[in-house]
Design a protein. Sequence first.
Length: 236
Amino acid sequence: MPIVLVLQAAIKAARQLVSPGFRRILWRSLALTILLLAVVWFALTRLIAYFMNGADILSDYPLIDTLAFFFAGVGIFIGLAYIIAPVSAVVAGYFLDDAAELVEKEHYPGDPPGRPLSFARSLLYGLRFAGLSLLVNAVALILFFIPVVNVAAFFLANGYLLGREYFELAAGRFRPMPEAAAMRTANRGTVFAAGLVLAILIAIPILNLLTPLFGVALMVHLHKALALRGRAPAPA
């Protein structure tokens, strides 16, 4: 059953995060993720301050000024929840090969190793992933104030997007990208279920910083499981 494959892959990926080799990559991944979020936070706060000053929104009343900045800060905080996905995409592309190689060596030592993507290609896929994620989450953010719909939009959009992009990044180490995309399409339900796991993780503060490495490990395990079950043609 697809859900069983996803749960097994998720458990293996969670255990992988605390392994010695993975911890070294984890600290670097966390540092890069936090740095990128800090840059985004700084840019957004400067933009809001510039807009408020330029539009003469600030008044002679300190209380009104304080409330204005408070609500602007809340808006930025909400926005960051939607920006986590594209930021994690860039980080995942950067650390893809290091993390995937550790998973392969520990769990699949007898299998042919995956082919590392070039740095430029990894960065390109990460940026493409980030762009798509930013676009999708911008639409989800527009629906933020519609009860129920906002939650459904966030999880469905990110479940699809995270499942698709993380799976193709992982599968691309073992087969040509068109074949990786075809494999994802043939197993769309299973990949979407794995994407929902990542969407839930990305919605949990602090833990969402683990998304890039967890996502890579999860999808390497899922790709191996699907290939073993013969749900896709063997890699060329």
